[in-house]
Design a protein around this ligand. Structure first.
Ligand SMILES: [Mg+2]
Length: 251
């Protein structure tokens, strides 16, 4: 699709779509996006937390950008919604209970053991991160260098193995492959589709007037639940393709 005619809201995934995984948005993408926000409402949805949005995305937008009120942020797979009202204001947040967090962390630790996967020789930062509304497993740690991460599980085989063991242990949760080495776990139904339905209610925009752009729309990917909403989806391989896509809308 090279047209956004008739669309009222464009929703982007963050990692691997607007930015390289866990890296700053490139100036060219920031410029294209700034231009887009002036013309149409834009939402960004990610498995990452709000801090990541600030560091990886918001700080790359030009200072004093006009029309931030056209931008909506949905961190941690849409379990939170932030809107711009002279500052970022939270509209909802879906937290896991203490009991749920413990259940997930215990099952995850056990499943990793049972998978028989070789333990990485070196890790960087937290392996299991508690994001409040989401628990995230990062095989090499949250701070691992990208060049190591891209080599760890390019075919998703390792994570799928863990997920196959984990799923029966956590029937009340959604489990998805995210980022380059990570698995995201949220309460059942708390995924990007949930965030999109929240946007539908909050903005009163119908699903047919939305367009989603993401890099993980394949089965098991963290953008896959979006497909179930029935909104138009475009799959990109990375930020360069996203840049080209946005350019094509203005051509
Ligand atoms: Mg992605």
């Amino acid at each position: 699709m090279t047209s956004i005619q008739g669309k009222k809201l464009i929703i982007f995934d963050l990692d691997g779509t607007l930015t390289p995984p866990k890296q700053d948005m490139e100036p060219v993408t920031a410029e294209l996006l700034t231009n887009l926000i002036k013309n149409i409402q834009v939402a960004v949805i990610s498995g990452g937390n709000y801090l990541r949005f600030q560091n990886q995305f918001l700080k790359s937008l030009p200072q004093g950008v006009d029309g931030l009120s056209n931008l909506y942020l949905l961190p941690t797979s849409g379990t939170r919604l932030l809107v711009w009202q002279n500052d970022w204001v939270e509209k909802y947040k879906e937290e896991l209970s203490e009991q749920e967090r413990k259940e997930v962390k215990d099952a995850l630790t056990l499943s990793i053991d049972q998978s028989g996967l070789e333990k990485p020789t070196e890790t960087f930062g937290q392996i299991i991160e508690d994001r409040g509304s989401q628990i995230t497993f990062s095989a090499l740690g949250q701070e691992a260098p990208l060049e190591l991460k891209v080599k760890w599980d390019p075919t998703h085989e390792k994570r799928q193995k863990i997920i196959d063991i984990l799923r029966p242990k956590l029937p009340k949760f959604d489990i998805r492959i995210g980022g380059t080495t990570s698995i995201d776990i949220t309460r059942r139904g708390m995924n990007k589709a949930y965030g999109i339905h929240k946007l539908e209610q909050y903005l009163k925009i119908s699903l047919s007037d939305m367009l989603f752009v993401g890099d993980a729309l394949f089965y098991g990917g963290n953008d896959y639940p979006v497909k179930a909403t029935g909104i138009d989806c475009i799959e990109v391989k990375g930020p360069e393709e996203t840049d080209q896509l946005i350019k094509s809308w203005f051509a």
